[in-house]
Design a protein around this ligand. Structure first.
Ligand SMILES: Cc1cc2nc3c(=O)[nH]c(=O)nc-3n(C[C@H](O)[C@H](O)[C@H](O)COP(=O)(O)OP(=O)(O)OC[C@H]3O[C@@H](n4cnc5c(N)ncnc54)[C@H](O)[C@@H]3O)c2cc1C
Length: 526
């Protein structure tokens, strides 16, 4: 870890969050709603950055609804996608039908990520305990007596400053500087592909296959098209590190490839004029073995970078933030956040993260690797024929992708409950319906369930027993890393009890192999 530097200016807050992405801003908003003094540092001057995941799933929509943001969110220009499909050489098959999901939001919403971030920042700034500092780049941790006591950051003037905080949260994304500074161990799982993103005009207003999100697979090739209204957002897969070879073959060869995959769209392929119109996402899948140090917590991509399969990146980041806010707001207001509590955030979010990454890795290994190798003819997976034959089954992949494992709820608005208005505009954040707010999704019946056997997926995560208890998630176990020397409960040995948690169904991975929607606007963004 880095140590304390000379500083030009020092602030003091209860919680300092590095990174104003989906994880950081949702956490900042939820903590401020609960009266916690919180400062978010964002290194950019605005939220317009190179294209990102734009996919907002039903689980996140529900959470936005619980904080009174759903209406405003749905007023943003967006596309609602209710069905995913896959086209093979043998025809087009449905994969997931979100219309079969319960609740108010039976669809995926595609919104430019910067619009979502602007909305979150705007709403959070209505709370007097929330501050957002732009052009503030975290460069290191402030470490005293073996614990993290805040962050060093570089301001817009290039000089270095310090924020002292009871809790520092690293939500600074997949290349997290604070993760590197923390010395925490990252497990990398690898990915067989990179993704090229580009746009194609969509003059007809209909996607090439009729589905809002459609995969097209053929021998050696895979393309995903997402209907974004006036254009299709396209994701073309290349084998890992294969982009230079594609470039060397030339733009004409690339367009010819696209023409084979999209025979009905040959008239718009000239829209990809040069490689400048193509953005490359280097796909990675990784996960920290421990998400905290005393005084420091990592969430979102900083703790676990997801493959784009399923388009889950934003949603997992937001769910991490909700879990962290629910578990930590009270202790932060009271003054201290013991390491055991930080460990509970990871325990709560571990199963969804592990299950999702496991499914992504299965799809990568079983579908994408052989597909891109091009060594054998692509046959239509049997599961696609099954889903076509029994449409009711299309609700299963929809549930796995759209809701996932252990969806979180927003904690209650402590300030509204106490009759304290927001800073400006509407005097209160609208409250969700009584009886749903801040509740765990775990039913009473599920809470009474006996101890679960250790899920195989969590075996090398240091989880010995995972048990839904009356108070939530209780764990006991020893893992490869052993207990923390700092006395914290990490991936090694320890016990913990979460509030209102529980272990949800892991869902059925069958058929969830749809390539993820997501991405974002390709051109003209940083
Ligand atoms: C090019 C690209 C394409 C993607 N495509 C998809 C997709 O198709 N589907 C999908 O589901 N997901 C996709 N993702 C992933 C998705 O965008 C992320 O999973 C999601 O945004 C994670 O949210 P986060 O808040 O954890 O991290 P991020 O969204 O990465 O946010 C981190 C924030 O921290 C800021 N920051 C970084 N370093 C510092 C620092 N040192 N100090 C202060 N601030 C800092 C960044 O500017 C950013 O605002 C993509 C990501 C990238 C990079």
């Amino acid at each position: 870890m880095s140590s304390t530097p000379d500083t030009a200016r020092a602030d003091e807050v209860a919680c300092c969050i590095a990174g104003g992405g989906p994880a950081g801003l949702v956490l900042g908003l939820l903590l401020a709603r609960q009266g916690v003094d919180v400062l978010v540092l964002e290194k950019h001057a605005d939220f317009l950055r190179d294209f990102r995941g734009d996919t907002v799933h039903p689980s996140t929509l529900r959470l936005l609804d619980e904080v009174g943001l759903a209406e405003d969110f749905l007023r943003l220009p967006h596309q609602e996608v209710t069905q995913l499909g896959v086209t093979t050489d043998a025809g087009t098959f449905p994969l997931a039908d979100f219309g079969r999901l319960p609740g108010r939001f039976p669809f995926l919403a595609f919104v430019p990520q910067w619009d979502l971030l602007d909305l979150l920042a705007d709403r959070a700034q209505r709370y007097p305990t929330f501050s957002l500092r732009m052009q503030a780049e975290a460069v290191g941790l402030l470490v005293e007596d073996g614990g993290v006591r805040g962050v060093r950051y570089r301001g817009s003037d290039g000089s270095e400053h310090t924020v002292r905080a009871r809790l520092t949260v690293a939500a600074d994304g997949r290349h997290s500087v604070l993760r590197a500074a923390s010395g925490l161990r990252l497990r990398e799982f690898g990915a067989p592909m990179d993704v090229l993103w580009f746009r194609l005009p969509n003059p007809s207003g209909a996607g090439p296959s009729g589905f809002g999100v459609a995969g097209r697979i053929s021998r050696g090739r895979m393309l995903v098209t997402i209907d974004r209204g006036e254009y299709w957002q396209c994701a073309y897969l290349v084998p890992k590190g294969g982009y230079p070879a594609l470039q060397a073959a030339g733009m004409a060869a690339f367009r010819a490839d696209l023409a084979r995959l999209l025979p009905t769209a040959t008239d718009v392929l000239d829209a990809v004029r040069s490689w400048d119109d193509v953005s490359v996402l280097s796909v990675r899948v990784d996960r920290l073995t421990r998400w905290h140090r005393p005084g420091l917590l990592l969430i979102g991509d900083a703790a676990h970078t997801m493959s784009p399969i399923g388009g889950v990146g934003i949603n997992l980041a937001v769910q991490d933030a909700a879990a962290a806010a629910r578990l930590l707001a009270g202790p932060l207001r009271a003054g201290a956040v013991p390491p055991q509590l930080l460990a509970r955030v990871r325990w709560r979010r571990l199963l969804p993260t592990v299950v999702t990454q496991w499914l992504q890795r299965v799809v990568q290994a079983r579908l994408i690797t052989p597909l891109l190798a091009g060594t054998r003819t692509v046959t239509t997976p049997g599961v696609l024929r099954l889903l076509q034959r029994y449409p009711v089954l299309q609700g299963i992949p929809a549930r796995v992708i759209g809701i996932g494992v252990l969806p979180e709820h927003a904690p209650p608005d402590a300030r509204a409950a106490a009759g304290v208005g927001a800073r400006e505009g509407r005097s209160r954040i609208p409250s969700p319906a009584a009886g749903t707010r801040g509740r765990s999704p775990v039913s009473a019946a599920r809470r009474r369930r006996p101890a679960l056997r250790q899920p195989a997926l969590l075996r090398d995560e240091g989880v010995g027993v995972v048990r839904p208890a009356a108070t939530g998630l209780a764990q006991t176990g020893c893992g490869p890393d052993g207990g923390g020397a700092d006395g914290s409960v990490g991936p090694g040995c320890g016990t913990g009890a979460g509030s209102g948690g529980g272990v949800g169904s892991t869902g059925d991975g069958e058929g969830a192999g749809g390539w993820g929607p997501g991405g974002g606007t390709v051109t003209g963004r940083r």
